[in-house]
Design a protein around this ligand. Structure first.
Ligand code: FAD
Length: 472
């Protein structure tokens, strides 16, 4: 169905990911007339699931909720969608420099070596001490970061010009000591970038606003996270979400906005919310144009590199052997595997990731060659049974035109203390100032948990409140 150009709305929302859907839900609940324009032929963006050949429902995008993801938990309660605790019972595996080490998990992330009890890993004392020292140095830096105004952090400019790799090298040359930082950059929930692609200020900021220590992978959604986006869209009045409508231009007049799609249709509204990943804003022409600092910020905010792998098995055989499915290491393809199945063990699913630059380089290999590497890495963590899944699903986010990478965007070195500072709105952080009647949503602009579902919800709620004021 095409929307009618003759039927203006109060607020036009661009993007039917979680953030845009939440904004639309809030506005509609206030009695405002909303239309959501979505470029893809499906809703959900990075919140999407699929059914595999063997019948398992798996999340191709985000899946976990966190211990302090209160908005996401409250949303599921409101929708009467159940959740279950992630399976962390039993030992995990650290695969380091070709050796597989079985170890129990630590109580606290801050006391761990990447979740594991350090002393159970049978690693040289000197290397463990250097690893601990570097983790403590990062924690000290995180404690100093000004979350809303990272550019006001002590020594901000120097920290923003120093890459994570350079900062780590100033402390130690031991490869093990650098592993937790590299892992946080590539595979941590704010990640997808290489340690040489961003500044230590950016990494410290991610840990100040979205701390790995607060267990962001604590629980999973019964059914699938993708089902949440489907449900949110279903709850909106029929015709609210228009699929296959890529927005290419937003014009502003004294009393409203015209939102124009790639097929030349124009939808009038009193205000607009743009809820797309930051680099995708560059694909939209704004009249009047965005301030130069905002554009410069977007040009320095690439998406991370990320391919998600879902391996579905007949049984959770690792659980039967006393393992929890948490595999971490410096294998050539997979740096993380995690049990993503429910307590009853069916479907039996290991989720894993090819992250950072290797998402691009391995992504360029012939499919069968990449598949063999993935299976070999799964077997290295979990034994030969892991190389024989019922289904092996690969989702490359860098090849998705309207996302362009994952989990989220990051800032190039020097950007926080220059263009991000100049572009920032009253709330500071990663949120640029509203552009007249155009407001920004999408997880990346959230003050807390940017890059996560939780941040997508908060950003959607905040943009809805601001856009409603302009629309009334
Ligand atoms: C592999 C992977 C694993 C993840 N794991 C987790 C996790 O476990 N837990 C967690 O909390 N988070 C996780 N995340 C992050 C989480 O999925 C995102 O933070 C969240 O879904 C982002 O929602 P959003 O609405 O901000 O953006 P998106 O989901 O990207 O939605 C933006 C929408 O805008 C549309 N769009 C883009 N350009 C245009 C245009 N010009 N016109 C119209 N529409 C447009 C897109 O098609 C898309 O539908 C993960 C993400 C990925 C990819």
């Amino acid at each position: 169905m095409r929307f009618s150009m003759a039927s203006p709305v109060d607020v036009v929302v661009v993007g039917a990911g979680l953030s845009g859907l939440i904004a639309a839900r809030r506005l509609q609940a206030q009695g405002l007339k909303v239309r959501v324009l979505e470029a893809r032929s499906r809703i959900g963006g990075r919140m999407v699931s699929t059914t595999t050949a063997s019948g398992a429902v798996v999340d191709l995008g985000g899946q976990w909720g966190g211990a302090s993801h209160h908005r996401f938990a409250a949303l599921l309660d409101e929708l009467a969608i159940a959740r279950y605790a992630s399976h962390y019972t039993g030992d995990g595996v650290l695969h380091w420099q070709g050796q597989r080490r079985r170890a129990p998990l630590a109580e606290q992330f801050s006391d761990s070596l990447l979740f594991f009890q350090p002393n159970a890993l049978d690693l040289p004392t000197e290397e463990l001490a250097a690893t601990r020292a570097l983790q403590q140095a990062l924690a000290a830096l995180v404690a100093q970061v000004n979350p809303a105004h990272p550019w006001l952090t002590p020594n901000a400019e120097a920290l923003d010009r120093l890459t994570v790799a350079e900062w780590a090298a100033q402390h130690t040359s031991l490869p093990l000591a650098q592993l937790p930082l590299q892992w946080l950059c590539r595979v941590g929930g704010s990640g997808g970038f290489e340690p040489w692609e961003t500044s230590i200020l950016h990494l410290a900021w991610t840990q100040a606003v979205a701390p790995q220590g607060e267990s962001p992978e604590a629980w999973l959604v019964r059914g699938s996270a993708g089902g949440v986006a489907q449900r949110l869209a279903r709850d909106l009045p029929a015709g609210t979400v228009q699929l296959g409508e890529a927005v290419v231009r937003i014009e502003q007049q004294a009393e409203g906005v015209s939102v124009i799609t790639s097929d030349g249709q124009s939808l009038e509204g009193r205000s607009a919310i743009v809820a797309v990943p930051p680099p995708q804003r560059l694909a939209i022409a704004f009249d009047p144009p965005l301030p130069a600092a905002h554009r410069a910020l977007l040009q320095r905010s690439p998406m991370g590199g990320m391919t998600k792998i879902l391996a579905v098995y007949a049984r959770p055989f690792w659980r039967e052997q006393g393992f929890n499915g948490l595999g971490i290491g410096n294998l050539p393809a997979l740096e993380l595997t995690a049990d993503s199945g429910p307590p009853e063990g069916q479907p039996a699913v290991l989720a894993s990731f090819i992250a950072g630059q290797r998402a691009i380089t391995l992504g360029a290999l012939p499919g069968e060659q990449r598949r063999q590497q993935i299976l070999a890495n799964l077997a290295a963590y979990w034994g030969p049974e892991a190389a024989e899944p019922l289904d092996l699903v690969e989702q490359s986010w860098n090849s998705e035109p309207f996302t362009g990478g994952a989990f989220t965007s990051f800032l190039a070195p020097g950007t926080w203390t220059s263009h991000a500072r100049l572009a920032a709105g009253p709330a500071g952080g990663p949120a640029p100032a509203p552009h007249g009647r155009v407001f920004w949503a999408g997880t990346e602009v959230s003050p807390r948990w940017p890059g996560y579902f939780e941040g997508a919800i908060e950003a959607g709620e905040q943009a809805a409140a601001a856009a409603a004021l302009k629309a009334s």
